[in-house]
Design a protein around this ligand. Structure first.
Ligand code: DGY
Length: 331
């Protein structure tokens, strides 16, 4: 019997690929780079499933090119703003994600940025490497600011925000948060967090860390008005999605010292274009969207993405489904 075709957009963990090869005729580009739209349009013809990453825009053109066999789009990511969910749902195509698997890894990286910013770790490293450390210990060399006892503001206390809060307790931080909904008192007590308004969050945080998922309602949620409300000594950390911050306003804020610095793992346009103004600033730490980039997490994400795809094609519940309204059509 002829096997169903599926398309994997780029090289992913081999365990996941092997798992899928047991059941499907796998079309694989085997390139680490994301394919162009034209390449995708050719490759998806008649496939039943697409396993993609957040770099590939899966819109109606791709769905049209795949044709009516297409039943599942499984993304190797937690975010799914690269997929036209409305269009997929209309066509009865299931969209699955890797859910909260990346929470701990992303929280670790967030803390890495908090530590690196406040204690000037990157600057200090470059100073030593560049041979500039000529006079030994000095009372005022690379003075940073305390994390211990400072106030951490968490914008969006979901899975990643919670994992960040747990780490912050180890640093004896005063943790405030704002969220679409206030959490129950028992969860707040367990996490040792205090609910505040967005305004209070901006005004009181020494470190403001963004963990809300991205949608059209929080596009440029942090703009000039918000940045001006923050403490001049504060740091802004973003490991969520670039478009939550208006980058032009952030650059202005960093240049004019409205805030002390920013640690960014995500940007409005990725990769960050050469000559981008952020690249010229000293009070930033910039990373190439590596929040979930640990071997363990990425392997797990690949496996979950493969299982999600296989479950849908076997009429079983996937682990993380976006368009839950389609659940009733399964098996
Ligand atoms: C995601 O999965 O949404 C992250 O941003 C990348 O791993």
């Amino acid at each position: 019997m002829e096997r169903k075709k599926i398309f994997i957009t780029r090289k992913i963990n081999s365990i996941a690929v092997e798992l899928l090869k047991n059941y499907y005729d796998v079309i694989l580009t085997n390139k680490t780079d994301s394919p162009t739209k034209n390449v995708m349009i050719k490759k998806v013809k008649n496939v039943y499933g697409i396993l993609c990453t957040l770099s590939e825009k899966i819109d109606s053109d791709i769905m049209d090119a795949a044709g009516s066999n297409l039943k599942v789009i499984s993304t190797l990511s937690t975010g799914y703003e690269h997929i036209d969910i409305g269009e997929a749902t209309k066509r009865g195509i299931y969209v699955t994600t890797t859910g909260n698997i990346l929470s701990e890894a992303t929280a670790d990286l967030t803390f890495g940025l908090i530590l690196a910013l406040s204690r000037k770790i990157v600057e200090g490293h470059l100073y030593v490497i560049d041979g500039k450390w000529q006079k030994g210990w000095a009372p005022d060399l690379f003075l940073g600011s305390n994390i211990y006892g400072s106030t951490l503001g968490i914008l969006g206390l979901g899975n990643i925000g919670t994992a960040v809060a747990k780490r912050a307790n180890g640093f004896n931080m005063n943790i405030i948060y704002t969220n679409r909904h206030q959490l129950s008192k028992s969860i707040e007590n367990k996490l040792n967090v205090t609910y505040v308004t967005f305004d209070q969050l901006l005004k009181n945080s020494d470190f403001l860390s963004i963990h809300t998922s991205f949608d059209k309602d929080n596009f440029h949620l942090i703009d000039s008005i918000e940045l001006k409300k923050m403490k001049k000594t504060s740091f802004l950390i973003n490991t969520s999605r670039g478009s939550i911050i208006n980058e032009i306003s952030l650059i202005k804020a960093l240049k004019n010292k409205w805030i002390a610095g920013a640690g960014l793992d995500v940007f409005e346009k990725e990769p960050l274009p050469n000559q981008h103004e952020l690249l010229k600033l000293k009070n930033v730490i910039l990373l190439p969207h590596i929040g979930s980039a640990t071997v363990q997490t990425r392997n797990q994400m690949s496996e979950v993405a493969a299982i999600n795809l296989h479950n849908i094609l076997s009429k079983k519940k996937p682990l993380y489904l976006v368009n839950r309204e389609l659940l009733q059509n399964l098996g």
